[in-house]
Write a protein that binds this ligand. Sequence first.
Ligand code: 5AD
Ligand code: SF4
Length: 438
Amino acid sequence: MTQKRHVYLETYGCQMNVADSEVVLRVMHDAGYDRTDDMVKADVIFVNTCAVRENAEERIYGRLGTFRNRKKTKPGVVVGVLGCMAERLRKDLMESESHVDLVVGPDEYRRLPQLVENAFSGEKGIAVRLSRVENYDDIVPLRTDGISAWVSVMRGCDKFCTFCVVPFTRGRERSRSLAGVVKEVEQLVQRGFKEVTLLGQNVNSYRDGDNDFADLLAGVARVDSSLRVRFTTSHPQDMSDKLIETISAHSNICNYIHLPVQSGSDRILQLMNRTYDANHYLRLVARIKDRIPGVSLSTDIISGFPTETDDDHRMTLDLLRQVEYDGAFTFKYSPRENTKAWHMGDDVPDEVKTDRLNEIIELQREVSLRKNRELVGTTVEVLVEDDSKKSPDDFCGRTDTNKMVVFPKNGSGVGEYVRVNIQNANSATLFGNEISHN
Ligand code: 5AD
Ligand code: SF4
Protein backbone atom coordinates (compact mmCIF):
# COMPACT_ATOMS: atom_id res chain seq x y z
CA MET A 1 0.00 0.00 0.00
CA THR A 2 1.32 3.44 -0.85
CA GLN A 3 1.54 5.87 2.03
CA LYS A 4 -0.51 9.05 1.96
CA ARG A 5 1.37 12.14 0.96
CA HIS A 6 1.52 15.11 3.28
CA VAL A 7 1.36 18.81 2.62
CA TYR A 8 2.75 21.42 5.01
CA LEU A 9 1.51 24.99 4.56
CA GLU A 10 2.54 28.28 6.14
CA THR A 11 0.48 31.41 5.63
CA TYR A 12 1.62 35.06 5.80
CA GLY A 13 -0.19 38.34 5.27
CA CYS A 14 -3.85 39.23 5.35
CA GLN A 15 -6.96 37.18 6.22
CA MET A 16 -7.59 36.77 2.52
CA ASN A 17 -4.47 34.61 2.46
CA VAL A 18 -5.76 32.59 5.42
CA ALA A 19 -8.95 31.96 3.44
CA ASP A 20 -7.00 31.16 0.26
CA SER A 21 -4.86 28.66 2.17
CA GLU A 22 -8.05 26.79 3.08
CA VAL A 23 -8.91 26.62 -0.63
CA VAL A 24 -5.41 25.28 -1.34
CA LEU A 25 -5.81 22.64 1.37
CA ARG A 26 -9.14 21.53 -0.12
CA VAL A 27 -7.67 21.23 -3.60
CA MET A 28 -4.72 19.22 -2.24
CA HIS A 29 -6.95 17.11 0.01
CA ASP A 30 -9.14 16.13 -2.92
CA ALA A 31 -5.98 15.07 -4.75
CA GLY A 32 -5.06 12.75 -1.86
CA TYR A 33 -2.87 14.88 0.41
CA ASP A 34 -3.26 15.10 4.17
CA ARG A 35 -2.28 18.25 5.96
CA THR A 36 0.59 18.07 8.42
CA ASP A 37 1.86 20.65 10.91
CA ASP A 38 5.19 18.86 10.98
CA MET A 39 7.51 20.04 8.21
CA VAL A 40 9.66 16.91 8.66
CA LYS A 41 6.73 14.71 7.59
CA ALA A 42 5.93 16.80 4.54
CA ASP A 43 6.27 15.69 0.91
CA VAL A 44 5.13 19.13 -0.20
CA ILE A 45 5.99 22.45 1.49
CA PHE A 46 3.90 25.47 0.53
CA VAL A 47 4.24 29.04 1.71
CA ASN A 48 1.36 31.39 0.97
CA THR A 49 2.99 34.80 0.73
CA CYS A 50 2.31 38.52 1.08
CA ALA A 51 3.86 41.31 -1.01
CA VAL A 52 2.11 44.33 0.48
CA ARG A 53 5.20 45.64 2.29
CA GLU A 54 8.87 44.93 1.97
CA ASN A 55 9.25 43.57 5.51
CA ALA A 56 6.65 40.87 4.77
CA GLU A 57 8.78 39.71 1.86
CA GLU A 58 11.94 39.79 3.96
CA ARG A 59 10.39 37.47 6.53
CA ILE A 60 9.36 35.07 3.79
CA TYR A 61 12.88 35.00 2.32
CA GLY A 62 13.98 33.93 5.80
CA ARG A 63 11.52 31.04 5.70
CA LEU A 64 12.71 30.05 2.23
CA GLY A 65 16.16 29.61 3.80
CA THR A 66 14.68 27.11 6.25
CA PHE A 67 12.97 25.23 3.43
CA ARG A 68 16.27 25.11 1.52
CA ASN A 69 17.85 23.29 4.46
CA ARG A 70 14.90 20.92 4.60
CA LYS A 71 15.39 20.11 0.95
CA LYS A 72 19.06 19.34 1.55
CA THR A 73 18.02 16.68 4.06
CA LYS A 74 15.12 15.37 1.97
CA PRO A 75 15.80 16.21 -1.71
CA GLY A 76 12.48 14.73 -2.90
CA VAL A 77 10.38 17.32 -1.13
CA VAL A 78 8.55 19.81 -3.39
CA VAL A 79 8.75 23.48 -2.34
CA GLY A 80 6.09 25.85 -3.66
CA VAL A 81 5.75 29.61 -3.23
CA LEU A 82 2.10 30.69 -3.53
CA GLY A 83 0.22 33.97 -3.37
CA CYS A 84 1.10 37.62 -3.87
CA MET A 85 4.89 37.36 -3.78
CA ALA A 86 4.75 34.56 -6.34
CA GLU A 87 2.62 36.76 -8.55
CA ARG A 88 4.89 39.78 -8.10
CA LEU A 89 8.28 38.13 -8.64
CA ARG A 90 7.37 35.25 -10.96
CA LYS A 91 10.41 33.87 -12.80
CA ASP A 92 12.84 36.00 -10.77
CA LEU A 93 11.85 34.14 -7.64
CA MET A 94 12.62 30.78 -9.15
CA GLU A 95 15.96 32.04 -10.45
CA SER A 96 17.04 33.60 -7.17
CA GLU A 97 15.82 30.69 -5.02
CA SER A 98 17.05 27.58 -6.78
CA HIS A 99 15.33 25.17 -4.36
CA VAL A 100 11.88 26.50 -5.20
CA ASP A 101 10.03 24.08 -7.50
CA LEU A 102 6.74 25.92 -7.97
CA VAL A 103 5.69 29.56 -8.18
CA VAL A 104 1.90 29.81 -8.20
CA GLY A 105 -0.22 32.97 -8.15
CA PRO A 106 -3.57 33.39 -6.34
CA ASP A 107 -5.78 32.52 -9.32
CA GLU A 108 -4.08 29.25 -10.27
CA TYR A 109 -4.68 27.05 -7.23
CA ARG A 110 -6.82 24.52 -9.09
CA ARG A 111 -3.70 23.50 -10.98
CA LEU A 112 -1.64 22.74 -7.87
CA PRO A 113 -2.04 18.91 -7.86
CA GLN A 114 -0.87 18.65 -11.47
CA LEU A 115 2.00 21.07 -10.92
CA VAL A 116 3.09 19.14 -7.82
CA GLU A 117 2.91 15.87 -9.74
CA ASN A 118 5.16 17.34 -12.44
CA ALA A 119 7.54 18.66 -9.80
CA PHE A 120 7.90 15.17 -8.31
CA SER A 121 9.24 14.07 -11.68
CA GLY A 122 11.68 16.97 -11.76
CA GLU A 123 9.76 19.53 -13.77
CA LYS A 124 9.60 22.98 -12.19
CA GLY A 125 6.48 25.05 -12.76
CA ILE A 126 5.33 28.66 -12.90
CA ALA A 127 1.61 29.46 -12.97
CA VAL A 128 0.88 33.14 -12.46
CA ARG A 129 -1.95 33.96 -14.84
CA LEU A 130 -4.50 36.27 -13.26
CA SER A 131 -8.13 35.58 -14.05
CA ARG A 132 -11.12 37.86 -14.51
CA VAL A 133 -13.52 35.13 -13.41
CA GLU A 134 -11.87 32.72 -10.97
CA ASN A 135 -13.57 33.05 -7.58
CA TYR A 136 -13.36 29.46 -6.27
CA ASP A 137 -17.13 29.68 -5.64
CA ASP A 138 -17.54 25.89 -5.91
CA ILE A 139 -14.58 24.94 -3.72
CA VAL A 140 -15.46 24.32 -0.07
CA PRO A 141 -12.48 25.57 1.94
CA LEU A 142 -10.92 22.92 4.16
CA ARG A 143 -11.29 24.33 7.67
CA THR A 144 -10.48 23.10 11.12
CA ASP A 145 -13.57 23.10 13.36
CA GLY A 146 -13.81 26.18 15.52
CA ILE A 147 -15.83 29.21 16.53
CA SER A 148 -14.93 31.66 13.84
CA ALA A 149 -14.55 31.24 10.06
CA TRP A 150 -13.27 33.47 7.26
CA VAL A 151 -15.43 33.46 4.14
CA SER A 152 -14.01 35.05 1.03
CA VAL A 153 -16.78 36.80 -0.95
CA MET A 154 -14.86 38.75 -3.56
CA ARG A 155 -11.33 38.76 -4.94
CA GLY A 156 -9.04 41.38 -6.37
CA CYS A 157 -9.25 45.15 -6.33
CA ASP A 158 -9.93 47.84 -8.93
CA LYS A 159 -9.16 50.83 -6.76
CA PHE A 160 -5.49 51.29 -7.62
CA CYS A 161 -4.45 53.23 -4.57
CA THR A 162 -1.04 54.46 -5.71
CA PHE A 163 0.91 52.75 -2.89
CA CYS A 164 -0.69 49.35 -3.23
CA VAL A 165 0.51 46.29 -5.07
CA VAL A 166 -2.71 44.30 -4.59
CA PRO A 167 -4.34 45.18 -7.94
CA PHE A 168 -1.21 43.75 -9.59
CA THR A 169 -0.88 40.62 -7.45
CA ARG A 170 -4.56 39.73 -7.11
CA GLY A 171 -5.97 41.20 -10.27
CA ARG A 172 -9.39 42.62 -11.07
CA GLU A 173 -12.41 42.59 -8.80
CA ARG A 174 -14.78 39.65 -9.06
CA SER A 175 -17.47 38.42 -6.71
CA ARG A 176 -18.75 35.01 -5.70
CA SER A 177 -22.45 34.24 -6.08
CA LEU A 178 -24.74 35.27 -3.24
CA ALA A 179 -26.25 31.78 -3.23
CA GLY A 180 -22.79 30.20 -2.99
CA VAL A 181 -21.79 32.34 -0.01
CA VAL A 182 -25.09 31.76 1.82
CA LYS A 183 -24.84 28.00 1.27
CA GLU A 184 -21.31 27.95 2.64
CA VAL A 185 -22.42 29.89 5.72
CA GLU A 186 -25.35 27.50 6.28
CA GLN A 187 -22.91 24.61 6.31
CA LEU A 188 -20.66 26.45 8.75
CA VAL A 189 -23.58 26.99 11.12
CA GLN A 190 -24.47 23.29 10.93
CA ARG A 191 -20.88 22.49 11.84
CA GLY A 192 -21.11 24.68 14.93
CA PHE A 193 -19.35 27.87 13.84
CA LYS A 194 -20.65 30.93 15.72
CA GLU A 195 -19.05 33.73 13.77
CA VAL A 196 -18.21 34.43 10.14
CA THR A 197 -16.16 37.25 8.67
CA LEU A 198 -16.94 38.05 5.05
CA LEU A 199 -13.70 38.90 3.32
CA GLY A 200 -12.57 40.89 0.34
CA GLN A 201 -10.01 43.57 -0.49
CA ASN A 202 -12.94 45.94 -0.88
CA VAL A 203 -16.14 44.13 0.16
CA ASN A 204 -18.28 47.21 -0.48
CA SER A 205 -17.93 46.74 -4.21
CA TYR A 206 -19.35 43.19 -4.04
CA ARG A 207 -21.87 42.54 -6.80
CA ASP A 208 -23.86 39.52 -7.95
CA GLY A 209 -26.39 40.63 -10.58
CA ASP A 210 -28.71 43.07 -8.83
CA ASN A 211 -27.41 42.16 -5.39
CA ASP A 212 -24.88 44.42 -3.70
CA PHE A 213 -22.88 43.93 -0.51
CA ALA A 214 -25.75 45.08 1.72
CA ASP A 215 -27.95 42.34 0.18
CA LEU A 216 -25.25 39.75 0.74
CA LEU A 217 -24.75 40.83 4.33
CA ALA A 218 -28.49 40.67 5.01
CA GLY A 219 -28.70 37.24 3.35
CA VAL A 220 -25.88 35.91 5.54
CA ALA A 221 -27.32 37.52 8.69
CA ARG A 222 -30.67 35.76 8.05
CA VAL A 223 -29.04 32.30 8.00
CA ASP A 224 -29.09 32.20 11.80
CA SER A 225 -29.88 35.05 14.17
CA SER A 226 -27.31 33.80 16.71
CA LEU A 227 -24.50 33.81 14.15
CA ARG A 228 -22.19 36.83 14.44
CA VAL A 229 -21.50 38.38 11.08
CA ARG A 230 -18.39 40.50 10.48
CA PHE A 231 -16.85 41.84 7.30
CA THR A 232 -13.65 43.45 6.12
CA THR A 233 -12.29 45.59 4.40
CA SER A 234 -14.52 48.57 3.64
CA HIS A 235 -13.44 51.37 1.32
CA PRO A 236 -14.83 54.77 2.40
CA GLN A 237 -15.77 55.60 -1.18
CA ASP A 238 -18.13 52.63 -1.51
CA MET A 239 -19.72 52.60 1.97
CA SER A 240 -23.35 53.22 1.00
CA ASP A 241 -26.18 54.46 3.23
CA LYS A 242 -28.01 51.24 2.38
CA LEU A 243 -25.11 49.28 3.86
CA ILE A 244 -25.11 51.42 7.01
CA GLU A 245 -28.88 50.85 7.37
CA THR A 246 -28.42 47.09 6.89
CA ILE A 247 -25.81 46.91 9.66
CA SER A 248 -28.10 48.94 11.88
CA ALA A 249 -31.17 46.78 11.13
CA HIS A 250 -29.64 43.36 11.93
CA SER A 251 -28.65 42.73 15.52
CA ASN A 252 -26.27 39.93 14.55
CA ILE A 253 -24.27 42.06 12.08
CA CYS A 254 -21.50 43.33 14.33
CA ASN A 255 -21.26 47.00 15.11
CA TYR A 256 -17.68 47.16 14.03
CA ILE A 257 -16.33 48.64 10.81
CA HIS A 258 -12.75 48.58 9.62
CA LEU A 259 -12.66 51.74 7.51
CA PRO A 260 -9.08 52.57 6.48
CA VAL A 261 -8.44 56.29 6.04
CA GLN A 262 -4.64 56.02 5.34
CA SER A 263 -4.00 59.76 5.91
CA GLY A 264 -5.71 62.89 7.24
CA SER A 265 -4.21 65.22 4.63
CA ASP A 266 -6.23 65.96 1.50
CA ARG A 267 -3.08 66.50 -0.52
CA ILE A 268 -1.72 63.08 0.46
CA LEU A 269 -5.10 61.41 -0.01
CA GLN A 270 -5.16 62.75 -3.52
CA LEU A 271 -1.63 61.50 -4.22
CA MET A 272 -2.74 58.15 -2.87
CA ASN A 273 -5.74 58.14 -5.25
CA ARG A 274 -8.07 57.39 -2.36
CA THR A 275 -10.92 59.31 -4.09
CA TYR A 276 -12.20 61.04 -0.91
CA ASP A 277 -10.99 63.93 1.20
CA ALA A 278 -10.86 64.21 4.98
CA ASN A 279 -14.18 66.05 5.14
CA HIS A 280 -16.00 63.47 3.07
CA TYR A 281 -14.55 60.78 5.35
CA LEU A 282 -15.55 62.63 8.54
CA ARG A 283 -19.10 63.11 7.24
CA LEU A 284 -19.29 59.40 6.51
CA VAL A 285 -18.10 58.61 10.05
CA ALA A 286 -20.72 60.99 11.46
CA ARG A 287 -23.48 59.19 9.50
CA ILE A 288 -22.23 55.81 10.70
CA LYS A 289 -22.09 56.91 14.35
CA ASP A 290 -25.55 58.42 14.06
CA ARG A 291 -27.17 55.31 12.57
CA ILE A 292 -25.22 52.69 14.56
CA PRO A 293 -25.00 53.86 18.19
CA GLY A 294 -21.98 52.47 20.02
CA VAL A 295 -20.29 51.49 16.75
CA SER A 296 -16.62 50.69 16.93
CA LEU A 297 -14.30 51.84 14.15
CA SER A 298 -10.76 50.96 13.17
CA THR A 299 -8.42 52.22 10.48
CA ASP A 300 -5.17 51.70 8.61
CA ILE A 301 -2.66 54.55 8.54
CA ILE A 302 0.47 54.89 6.43
CA SER A 303 3.23 57.16 7.74
CA GLY A 304 5.81 58.73 5.46
CA PHE A 305 4.06 58.54 2.10
CA PRO A 306 6.18 60.38 -0.55
CA THR A 307 6.29 64.16 0.08
CA GLU A 308 4.45 63.87 3.43
CA THR A 309 5.31 66.93 5.54
CA ASP A 310 5.00 67.55 9.27
CA ASP A 311 1.82 69.47 8.47
CA ASP A 312 0.33 66.51 6.60
CA HIS A 313 1.26 64.30 9.52
CA ARG A 314 -0.42 66.68 11.99
CA MET A 315 -3.61 66.48 9.92
CA THR A 316 -3.53 62.70 10.34
CA LEU A 317 -3.20 63.11 14.11
CA ASP A 318 -6.10 65.61 14.07
CA LEU A 319 -8.28 63.20 12.15
CA LEU A 320 -7.48 60.41 14.62
CA ARG A 321 -8.54 62.70 17.47
CA GLN A 322 -11.78 63.61 15.71
CA VAL A 323 -12.85 60.11 14.73
CA GLU A 324 -11.78 58.47 18.00
CA TYR A 325 -11.09 55.07 16.53
CA ASP A 326 -11.19 52.01 18.74
CA GLY A 327 -8.06 50.71 17.03
CA ALA A 328 -5.58 51.52 14.29
CA PHE A 329 -3.19 49.44 12.20
CA THR A 330 -0.17 51.55 11.37
CA PHE A 331 2.43 51.09 8.67
CA LYS A 332 5.56 52.82 7.51
CA TYR A 333 5.32 53.58 3.81
CA SER A 334 7.17 50.98 1.78
CA PRO A 335 7.69 51.62 -1.96
CA ARG A 336 6.42 48.79 -4.19
CA GLU A 337 7.56 48.29 -7.75
CA ASN A 338 4.91 48.77 -10.47
CA THR A 339 2.78 51.05 -8.32
CA LYS A 340 2.34 54.72 -9.24
CA ALA A 341 3.82 55.86 -5.93
CA TRP A 342 7.02 54.00 -6.79
CA HIS A 343 7.73 56.81 -9.26
CA MET A 344 7.12 59.47 -6.60
CA GLY A 345 10.33 58.49 -4.84
CA ASP A 346 10.67 57.68 -1.16
CA ASP A 347 11.80 61.03 0.19
CA VAL A 348 10.72 60.77 3.83
CA PRO A 349 13.73 59.50 5.83
CA ASP A 350 13.20 56.29 7.74
CA GLU A 351 13.76 57.97 11.14
CA VAL A 352 11.03 60.50 10.32
CA LYS A 353 8.65 57.70 9.28
CA THR A 354 9.41 55.94 12.56
CA ASP A 355 8.90 59.08 14.67
CA ARG A 356 5.58 59.82 12.98
CA LEU A 357 4.49 56.21 13.29
CA ASN A 358 5.28 56.23 17.01
CA GLU A 359 3.34 59.45 17.51
CA ILE A 360 0.33 57.92 15.78
CA ILE A 361 0.60 54.74 17.83
CA GLU A 362 0.92 56.69 21.09
CA LEU A 363 -2.06 58.93 20.34
CA GLN A 364 -4.20 55.94 19.34
CA ARG A 365 -3.17 54.11 22.51
CA GLU A 366 -4.47 57.02 24.60
CA VAL A 367 -7.74 57.15 22.65
CA SER A 368 -8.23 53.36 22.88
CA LEU A 369 -7.52 53.43 26.60
CA ARG A 370 -9.99 56.25 27.21
CA LYS A 371 -12.69 54.51 25.18
CA ASN A 372 -12.09 51.17 26.89
CA ARG A 373 -12.19 52.79 30.34
CA GLU A 374 -15.60 54.24 29.52
CA LEU A 375 -16.83 50.62 29.46
CA VAL A 376 -15.74 49.90 33.05
CA GLY A 377 -18.91 49.27 35.07
CA THR A 378 -21.00 48.27 32.04
CA THR A 379 -22.08 44.78 31.03
CA VAL A 380 -21.10 43.47 27.60
CA GLU A 381 -22.00 40.32 25.70
CA VAL A 382 -18.99 38.17 24.86
CA LEU A 383 -18.65 35.21 22.52
CA VAL A 384 -16.25 32.89 24.35
CA GLU A 385 -13.44 31.96 21.98
CA ASP A 386 -10.66 30.25 23.88
CA ASP A 387 -8.61 29.98 27.04
CA SER A 388 -6.87 33.24 27.81
CA LYS A 389 -3.25 33.11 26.66
CA LYS A 390 -2.03 34.18 30.09
CA SER A 391 -4.01 31.82 32.31
CA PRO A 392 -5.87 28.50 31.87
CA ASP A 393 -8.28 29.70 34.59
CA ASP A 394 -9.52 32.54 32.35
CA PHE A 395 -11.44 32.67 29.09
CA CYS A 396 -11.06 35.23 26.34
CA GLY A 397 -13.61 36.32 23.80
CA ARG A 398 -14.79 39.40 21.96
CA THR A 399 -17.65 41.82 22.13
CA ASP A 400 -19.74 42.54 19.07
CA THR A 401 -17.59 45.69 18.73
CA ASN A 402 -14.50 43.47 18.44
CA LYS A 403 -13.00 44.26 21.85
CA MET A 404 -11.05 41.50 23.55
CA VAL A 405 -12.43 40.55 26.99
CA VAL A 406 -10.70 38.33 29.59
CA PHE A 407 -12.61 36.89 32.55
CA PRO A 408 -12.34 33.99 35.04
CA LYS A 409 -14.06 30.75 33.98
CA ASN A 410 -17.35 30.34 35.72
CA GLY A 411 -19.41 27.52 34.27
CA SER A 412 -19.73 28.63 30.66
CA GLY A 413 -17.81 27.19 27.72
CA VAL A 414 -16.16 28.01 24.42
CA GLY A 415 -18.69 28.98 21.76
CA GLU A 416 -21.26 30.35 24.24
CA TYR A 417 -22.45 33.92 24.62
CA VAL A 418 -21.90 35.23 28.14
CA ARG A 419 -22.57 38.52 29.87
CA VAL A 420 -19.51 40.03 31.45
CA ASN A 421 -19.38 42.95 33.83
CA ILE A 422 -16.31 45.02 33.00
CA GLN A 423 -14.10 45.91 35.95
CA ASN A 424 -10.86 47.03 34.40
CA ALA A 425 -9.38 48.00 31.05
CA ASN A 426 -6.14 48.76 29.28
CA SER A 427 -5.80 50.03 25.71
CA ALA A 428 -6.05 46.52 24.22
CA THR A 429 -8.19 44.43 26.59
CA LEU A 430 -11.20 44.60 28.91
CA PHE A 431 -11.26 42.56 32.14
CA GLY A 432 -14.38 41.52 34.03
CA ASN A 433 -16.56 38.85 35.60
CA GLU A 434 -19.19 36.67 34.04
CA ILE A 435 -22.61 37.45 35.49
CA SER A 436 -24.75 34.85 33.76
CA HIS A 437 -24.72 32.73 30.67
CA ASN A 438 -27.44 31.72 28.24
N1 5AD B 1 3.39 50.69 2.30
C1 5AD B 1 2.86 50.74 3.54
N2 5AD B 1 1.64 50.29 3.84
C2 5AD B 1 0.90 49.77 2.85
N3 5AD B 1 -0.33 49.25 2.85
C3 5AD B 1 -0.61 48.83 1.61
N4 5AD B 1 0.43 49.08 0.79
C4 5AD B 1 1.38 49.66 1.54
C5 5AD B 1 2.67 50.16 1.28
N5 5AD B 1 3.20 50.13 0.04
C6 5AD B 1 -1.19 49.22 4.03
C7 5AD B 1 -2.45 50.07 3.82
C8 5AD B 1 -3.52 49.01 3.66
C9 5AD B 1 -2.99 47.90 4.53
C10 5AD B 1 -3.57 46.57 4.27
O1 5AD B 1 -1.61 47.89 4.26
O2 5AD B 1 -2.66 50.82 5.00
O3 5AD B 1 -4.78 49.46 4.07
FE1 SF4 C 1 -4.87 48.18 -2.14
FE2 SF4 C 1 -6.43 50.37 -2.18
FE3 SF4 C 1 -7.34 48.03 -3.20
FE4 SF4 C 1 -7.04 48.32 -0.53
S1 SF4 C 1 -8.49 49.48 -1.82
S2 SF4 C 1 -6.38 46.55 -1.80
S3 SF4 C 1 -5.23 49.62 -0.41
S4 SF4 C 1 -5.63 49.24 -3.98
